[in-house]
Write a protein that binds this ligand. Structure first.
Ligand SMILES: NC(=O)c1ccc[n+]([C@@H]2O[C@H](COP(=O)([O-])OP(=O)(O)OC[C@H]3O[C@@H](n4cnc5c(N)ncnc54)[C@H](OP(=O)(O)O)[C@@H]3O)[C@@H](O)[C@H]2O)c1
Length: 240
C-alpha cells in the first residue's frame, strides 16, 4: 500500500483529490499538509488520514517531511490575491518545488500538480509565467512520472466565490460550442473531475511527463464517472 502526500487539501480541487485518495485502496496512508488547524469534525476524520500542520514559509520544515510514494499538489493563491506577485510566486511555485525536491530525494516516484490552461513562460500574465515555471522546474526532478493538470476555469461550490469567478462560470459554460477542437483545452471543468483525474492517473502512471488539458480531464472523469457514484455528497475539505 502506498503513502500519498497532499498539499491544498482544504481547497476546492484538493478537497476532491483527498476524497478520492481516501477512497482508493492503493493508498493505505494519506498525509495532508495544512497551514492552519483542522477543526475536529466528522468530515476531517478518517482512519487513513493524518493532517500535518506545516509552516510552508520555513525552509527547514521541508526537511522534516515524511517519505511518501506519491505527491498531489493542489496549492494555489486565491483569485482575489493574484495581484500579490511575491505571495503568488511562493504559493504556486516555491512551496510546490520545495516539497517536490524533498519528495524526490526521499524516494517518491510520482508527482501530480494542478497548474492551468494557457500558460507560457512568455505570457504577459505573471500568473501564467509562474505556472509555466513550476512545470519546467518540476520536469527537471527525477520522478518516474510527473502529471501536470492544466484546467481552464474550475467549476464547483465555493464557500466564498469571487464575483468574477461566478460571472465566468455563467458565461463560459462547458457546453458552449467554441470549446470544441483545439479550443477544448479552454473548456471549464468541474473541480471534482480534476481531483478524480489526479488520483485515477496516479494508479498506473505512464513514465515521463504528462500534460493533461481541461477537455481530457473532463473526458477521463466522464468515462469513469460510475466509480465516483458512491462518493457523491462526501467531502473531506475543511469546513469554512
Ligand atoms: N480557480 C480557477 O478557476 C482555476 C483555473 C485554473 C487553474 N487553477 C489552479 O488550480 C489550483 C487549485 O485551485 P482551487 O480553486 O482548488 O484553489 P483553492 O480552493 O483556493 O485552494 C487553495 C489551497 O491552497 C492553500 N493555500 C493558499 N495560500 C496558501 C499559503 N499562503 N500557504 C499555504 N497554503 C496556501 C489553501 O489553504 P488554506 O485553506 O489554508 O487557505 C488551499 O488549500 C490552483 O493552483 C489554481 O491556481 C484555478
Amino acid at each position: 500500500m502506498e503513502h500519498a502526500l497532499i498539499l491544498g487539501a482544504s481547497g476546492l480541487v484538493g478537497g476532491h483529490c483527498l476524497k478520492f485518495l481516501l477512497q482508493n485502496d492503493t493508498f493505505g496512508h494519506v498525509t495532508a499538509l495544512v497551514r492552519r488547524d483542522i477543526p475536529e469534525n466528522t468530515l476531517s476524520v478518517h482512519p487513513k488520514l493524518t493532517w500535518l500542520p506545516f509552516d510552508f514559509k520555513d525552509p527547514a520544515a521541508y526537511e522534516t517531511l515524511p517519505a511518501t510514494d506519491a505527491v498531489f499538489c493542489c496549492l494555489g493563491q486565491p483569485l482575489n490575491r493574484l495581484h500579490r506577485h511575491r505571495e503568488l510566486l511562493e504559493v504556486d511555485c516555491h512551496y510546490p518545488l520545495r516539497v517536490a525536491r524533498r519528495a524526490a530525494s526521499t524516494g517518491a516516484r510520482h508527482f501530480a500538480i494542478v497548474t492551468s490552461s494557457g500558460i507560457s513562460r512568455y505570457s504577459p500574465l505573471f500568473y501564467c509565467r509562474v505556472k509555466a515555471r513550476v512545470e519546467r522546474e518540476l520536469a527537471e526532478l527525477p520522478f518516474t512520472s510527473l502529471h501536470l493538470f492544466q484546467p481552464s476555469l474550475l467549476l464547483g461550490e465555493r464557500s466564498d466565490p469571487h464575483p468574477l469567478q461566478a460571472w465566468w462560470g455563467r458565461v463560459l459554460t462547458p457546453a458552449a460550442p467554441w470549446f470544441r477542437g483545439p479550443l477544448g483545452r479552454f473548456r471549464p471543468v468541474a473541480a471534482e473531475a480534476v481531483g478524480f483525474a489526479m488520483v485515477h492517473t496516479a494508479l498506473r502512471p505512464e513514465p515521463g511527463v504528462g500534460r493533461i488539458p481541461s477537455h481530457q480531464i473532463q473526458e477521463l472523469f466522464a468515462r469513469h464517472a460510475h466509480e465516483t457514484e458512491s462518493l457523491r455528497g462526501t467531502s473531506f475539505a475543511r469546513e469554512p
